[in-house]
Design a protein around this ligand. Structure first.
Ligand code: ADP
Length: 255
């Protein structure tokens, strides 16, 4: 076992102690191994995004613990957490929060400049390499506002990767894309994972989850089951079989 992240008895309540208290995460135990490609499924409102925000230190847990790289997140100050997220975690959201009126290139380098770990020269080279690899070199100098949805998602991935994070968190990363662009983004994420980066995705899309290694299912704030599919490789696995396998598992749970 080579654990990257573990939550134990993680609880999250919004408005604790108030009349409108909302107990969203209930005793969630989750282990994520280094190098894993994991997805979280479950009905809308079951707590998937909240789980992502709480295990990544974006939000404050109500009780329990989250340990990342052997470090208890509760011991971190807000500033330290921001630093940890900047240097060790990458985030890809459905609606990517990129900086308007900046070029694609500048959006990619920004978090590396903020992290101050590498020289500007090295950062610029790294950004160019990533942008090339993600197939958006021709729009590198363009204003971000001119990019299409699929291109924006690729910029988001470049930005998430620029600091060589230990883990990429994605919240419906393909949700706003057409199926061809979604397939391409999933292939890129799989390739990033094959390179050793841990990836955790929140998704409602069976086609997305079928390409991940393990799928956990949330219901009403709890992880109620999981399905281990093993690593996906197009050469050795039939994606149809994995999708069917997942579908029957979900149907068995009444989803
Ligand atoms: P999912 O990602 O599975 O759709 P969410 O984690 O977004 O679910 O939401 C789980 C529950 O938590 C929902 O009932 C939602 O309304 C509630 N919730 C999410 N964020 C907040 C917030 N900031 N304040 C109060 N309730 C919230």
């Amino acid at each position: 076992m080579n654990l990257l992240l573990e939550s134990k008895a993680l609880n999250k309540k919004y408005f604790p102690g108030k009349e409108n208290e909302h107990h969203v995460l209930k005793d969630v135990d989750l282990k994520i191994e280094k190098g894993e490609f994991i997805s979280v499924m479950g009905p809308s409102g079951s707590g998937k995004s909240t789980l992502l925000y709480n295990i990544s230190g974006m939000d404050k847990i109500s009780s329990g613990s989250v340990v990342f790289n052997n470090q208890e997140l509760a011991r971190f100050s807000e500033k330290e957490l921001a630093g940890l997220r900047l240097t060790s975690m990458g985030f890809i959201f459905q609606h990517i929060h990129l900086l308007k009126n900046l070029s694609v290139f500048d959006n990619v380098i920004m978090s590396a400049y903020l992290a101050k770990k590498l020289s500007r020269k090295v950062i610029n080279r790294k950004a160019s390499d990533l942008i090339e690899k993600l197939g958006i070199a021709e729009i590198s100098d363009n204003d971000i506002n001119q990019a299409s949805g699929g291109q924006l998602q690729r910029v988001g991935i470049c930005r998430a990767l620029i600091n060589d994070p230990d883990i990429i968190f994605g919240d419906e990363p393909t949700g706003a894309l057409n199926s061809k662009a979604a397939d391409e983004i999933m292939e890129l994420l799989a390739e990033i994972n094959r390179g050793g980066t841990t990836v955790m995705l929140v998704t409602h899309d069976i086609k997305v989850a079928a390409k991940t290694e393990r799928v956990v299912f949330m219901l009403d704030g709890r992880i109620v089951d999981e399905k281990v599919l093993g690593k996906y490789s197009p050469e050795t696995c039939s994606i149809k079989e994995r999708e069917e396998n997942l579908t029957s598992w979900l149907v068995d749970m009444g989803f």
